[in-house]
Design a protein around this ligand. Structure first.
Ligand code: DAH
Length: 345
């Protein structure tokens, strides 16, 4: 018995492939394998011999099994190494600069703004393009027949009460209903209004910010907006003014203008005597807080909203929004950004 085990072990240890190893296993331990057969033959022996032989064969079987197991582990590891080596990618291959795409200016703005606010402790909240009147208007304190509803040139869907969101503000409502304060969110995305000219497309983009906490006041709102706009336009002393305004969902409300000059057709941001409207903001209206189950005697907050397309156009001096969505590769090549540098770098 001893020499036999030695022969089998040698055969197993010389076996070079998992498939051959499997053949050996079947030949020895399979249903009609040699060792299995030996065990079956035990039945023909008398009781005394059977016990002795039985123990011997089981020892042999165990020896073969362990040897097969070790060899299997070794061959499997080798097979994996070979596979990995075969699939290796040469990362030192240089790129083909002529084949590299560019980031759409809007994507660049979106990434830049997200990076800025995430750094300031905001998290990004997702909304849905399809909304209902309740979240897009009613909960935002814009009741039916309120003129603000008409001014939004809403696309209504066939399903009753459903529409394409006209602004990102419904994300405020959904967040406040779902999350207990404190809240600091930013929501960026597509919005829709039936309007089309050089500065309006039926689909455009907004970014919405919302902060809710105890003791939040107008000073927090002002510093948040001032710091952001000076960072975004990269002008440390960018002149700004908060002009009283009206939004149904904020009280008080303000529009923010930045200083600029308009000479002929040239718009210059940061200098001059003119003002350019850039965003809407305000302290969240107590009724809006109540609509979302937040006690306005405990929590206050501020919100702001602005057009992403518009601030992108202003920063890069693009006069017309329409080419943003025409998908012309030449335009993208000209106005796009290198994808290799992270936003804000
Ligand atoms: N939702 C407004 C609009 O589309 C923009 C806006 C103004 C959002 C003031 C706000 C805000 O959050 O406080 O015209």
């Amino acid at each position: 018995m001893g020499p036999r085990l030695q022969d089998w072990k040698q055969e197993i240890n010389q076996c070079a492939s998992l498939r051959d190893l499997e053949d050996i296993r079947i030949r020895l331990l399979g249903k009609s394998g040699e060792i299995t057969q030996m065990l079956k033959n035990l039945g023909t022996l008398d009781a005394g011999q059977r016990r002795e032989k039985g123990a011997e064969i089981n020892q042999l079987k165990e020896g073969v099994r362990l040897c097969l197991e070790d060899r299997h582990a070794l061959l499997a590891a080798q097979a994996l190494d070979d596979k990995l080596a075969g699939e290796a990618v040469d990362v030192t291959l240089s790129s083909r600069p002529e084949a590299v795409g560019t980031l759409h200016p809007l994507t660049r703005t979106l990434e830049e703004i997200t990076a800025y606010f995430v750094n300031a402790g905001f998290s990004v909240a997702e909304g849905s393009d399809i909304e209902d009147e309740e979240h897009n208007f009613t909960a935002l304190n814009i009741p039916e027949h309120h003129p603000a509803r008409q001014s939004h040139d809403t696309f209504y869907l066939n399903a009753p009460g459903m529409l394409l969101r006209t602004h990102t503000s419904p994300v405020q409502i959904r967040t406040m209903k779902a999350t207990p304060p404190p809240i600091r969110i930013l929501s960026l995305g597509r919005v829709y209004r039936s309007d089309f000219d050089a500065t309006h497309t039926p689909m455009f983009h907004q970014v919405e910010g919302l902060v809710i906490d105890q003791g939040t006041h107008m000073g927090h709102l002002k510093s948040c907006i001032i710091d952001f706009l000076r960072h975004y336009f990269d002008i440390a002393d960018l002149p700004l003014r908060f002009r009283p305004s009206f939004f149904p969902f904020t009280e008080p409300s303000a529009e923010v203008d930045i200083g600029c000059s308009r000479e002929g057709n040239a718009l210059k941001i940061g200098t001059g005597k003119d003002w350019l409207e850039i965003l809407g903001c305000g302290m969240v209206h107590p009724k809006v807080l109540l609509n979302c189950g937040i006690d306005p005697d405990i929590y206050q907050g501020f919100a702001f909203g602005m057009g992403l397309d518009r601030i992108t156009m202003l920063k890069y001096g693009l006069p017309d929004i329409r080419p943003f969505f025409e998908g012309d590769a030449r335009w993208l090549k000209h106005y796009g950004f290198s994808p290799y540098f992270p936003a804000g770098a």
